[in-house]
Design a protein around this ligand. Structure first.
Ligand SMILES: [Zn+2]
Length: 175
């Protein structure tokens, strides 16, 4: 999956530098996919390249995204650092210490993700999948209701695990 930094732009209202990334063919299969991923970093000035860690977060996120049913057109904003995430929380009227990992604005067709905590390799990998599935469930249901979003996300995760088991079933000898 190849991401290309196409242009640098300031996100309206947030005052951050956002690097607009498009994934030409990256979301692949669904030909009509017009979604975009924007990377927001507190530490990048206009015209500077996307920091390597943000780029890695975007790749990890995109890999997670394609595992679940997703809308044809959506804006994803990956906030690369914790300072930026705290700022996003305050600007959206929440406590900067709030421990949420993502936030979906259904009306604006935009989901914000806490990249620094989600997309780092290791333990958070599974967490990222869970969070992405949960936000996608909000989008599919077009609902802010937490229990129903979580129920659908769990269903998708179970289906995915079953597909994985089915495809590797012949190799499994244990539980
Ligand atoms: Zn939720």
């Amino acid at each position: 999956m190849v991401f290309e930094a196409l242009r640098v732009k300031r996100t309206v209202g947030l005052g951050w530098i956002a690097l607009l990334l498009l994934a030409p063919g990256g979301f692949a299969q669904a030909g009509g996919d017009r979604s975009d991923i924007r990377i927001v970093s507190s530490f990048v000035a206009a015209g500077e390249p996307v920091p390597a860690n943000c780029r890695e977060q975007a790749h990890t996120f995109a890999e997670s995204l394609v595992r679940y049913p997703r809308p044809a057109s959506w804006h994803w904003v990956l906030v690369c650092d914790e300072a930026g995430w705290g700022r996003f929380l305050r600007l959206s009227g929440r406590d900067g210490q709030d421990s949420i990992y993502a936030s979906t604005d259904l009306a604006a067709r935009t989901t914000y993700l806490r990249g620094a905590r989600l997309a780092t390799p290791g333990d958070f990998g599974a967490e990222l999948d869970r969070v992405v599935a949960h936000e996608l469930a909000h989008i599919r249901l077009n609902s802010r209701d937490e229990p129903s979003a979580e129920a659908l996300a769990r269903l998708w995760s179970r289906e995915r695990e079953e597909r994985q088991r089915a495809s590797t079933g012949s190799e499994n000898t244990g539980n």
